[in-house]
Design a protein around this ligand. Structure first.
Ligand SMILES: Nc1ncnc2c1ncn2[C@@H]1O[C@H](COP(=O)(O)OP(=O)(O)OP(=O)(O)O)[C@@H](O)[C@H]1O
Ligand SMILES: [Mg+2]
Length: 310
């Protein structure tokens, strides 16, 4: 059996002359949380809209839960009853309560069970039959109601476009817990976008980084973490001499010479005091030695920040 929930191949969308999404290929396995990470204008929403059939691709293929997007209206209806999405804020009525809003959407869907509204509100932590009008909801409550609306029909796949946008740090953490819970308890596949690396890295099993419509890397978080390198940075009077001492006196081979005065030592278990002492005894001045950390943030910045990328 095929355990792929989403298979996107060579997906391209142009708006006039601008290519918003360029030959994108994404695969998401069932039950995983996939994070699509990219800066403003990278193409995240456009991809999600194409997945939901709201925007027509110029070329490429999208297969969700074994069905191709772009089929007959009957097929579409069947498929979309298995997906829950928040792409643009759903049009809730400000003068109705959360429960009343949900009941309207339940009626429109027609396919949900009798307790669906209450159950969905329970999951997102909003009260059932509460008197508060939607207009008076906080942003966090509005986002939760959006999620409740997206999960009411118990979909297998959730597509969430920046669900934490505008939330405060506590709201973000709560939303993260909620998404994780939905994934671990109900086994839903979750496709989520964000422009905040730390948020995605705390949440997603797999991460795709998109920039100017192009998917740059797609890998598991564990793989990405390998770019999270730790090392000792040494500032010395002569890198060449220092390298000799490192190799011959200390048996250190795992290092790199950045320039005439800068060396990186990648074995972080090294006794750095010993290194400093050995260098000084060989008449090499050490003006700095510190433990450094290239974070995922640095990595994200490097690959999206214009270094060699158009
Ligand atoms: N309807 C449209 N008409 C013209 N250009 C569009 C349209 N929708 C999106 N674009 C352009 O396509 C590119 C990708 O936009 P998209 O909304 O997919 O990015 P995004 O990654 O969701 O950004 P954000 O983080 O700001 O939501 C942008 O340059 C945007 O200006
Ligand atoms: Mg967007």
């Amino acid at each position: 059996m095929d355990h792929t929930a989403i298979r996107i191949t060579n997906l391209t969308k142009k708006y006039n002359e601008q290519t918003a999404v360029n030959q994108v290929k994404i695969e998401v396995k069932q039950g995983r949380i996939y994070g699509l990470l990219g800066r403003n204008g990278a193409g995240k929403t456009t991809i999600m809209k194409m997945m939901m059939g709201l925007v027509k691709p110029d070329s490429g293929d999208i297969e969700i839960l074994g069905e191709r997007i772009g089929g007959s209206s009957k097929e579409r209806k069947r498929l979309y009853s298995r997906i829950g999405a928040i792409i643009e804020t759903p049009g809730f009525y400000p003068n109705l309560t959360g429960t009343e809003n949900m009941e309207i959407f339940a009626k429109l869907r027609g396919t949900v069970s009798r307790n669906a509204v209450k159950e969905a509100l329970d999951i997102v932590g909003l009260p059932y039959k509460d008197k508060k009008l939607f207009a008076n909801y906080s942003l966090g409550m509005k986002q939760r109601l959006g999620i409740a609306n997206a999960i009411m029909h118990d979909p297998e796949l959730l597509i969430l476009d920046e669900p934490t946008n505008g939330l405060d740090p506590i709201g973000i953490a709560e939303m993260r817990d909620l998404i994780k819970e939905m994934s671990s308890i109900t086994g839903k596949t979750i496709f989520i976008s964000s422009h905040i690396l730390s948020e995605i890295s705390l949440l997603a099993d797999d991460i795709g980084i998109i920039h100017n419509g192009i998917l740059l890397t797609e890998s598991s978080y564990a793989e990405l973490e390998k770019n999270n390198t730790k090392y000792f940075l040494l500032k010395v009077s002569s890198s060449a001499q220092a390298a000799r001492v490192l190799e011959q006196k200390l048996g250190q081979l795992h290092y790199s010479v950045d320039d005439d005065h800068t060396i990186r030592l990648f074995d972080t278990q090294t006794d750095i005091a010993q290194v400093n002492k050995a260098l000084m005894l060989s008449d090499i001045d050490v003006s700095a030695s510190q433990l450094c950390n290239d974070t995922l943030e640095d990595y994200f910045r490097k690959i999206t920040g214009g270094e060699g990328i158009a």
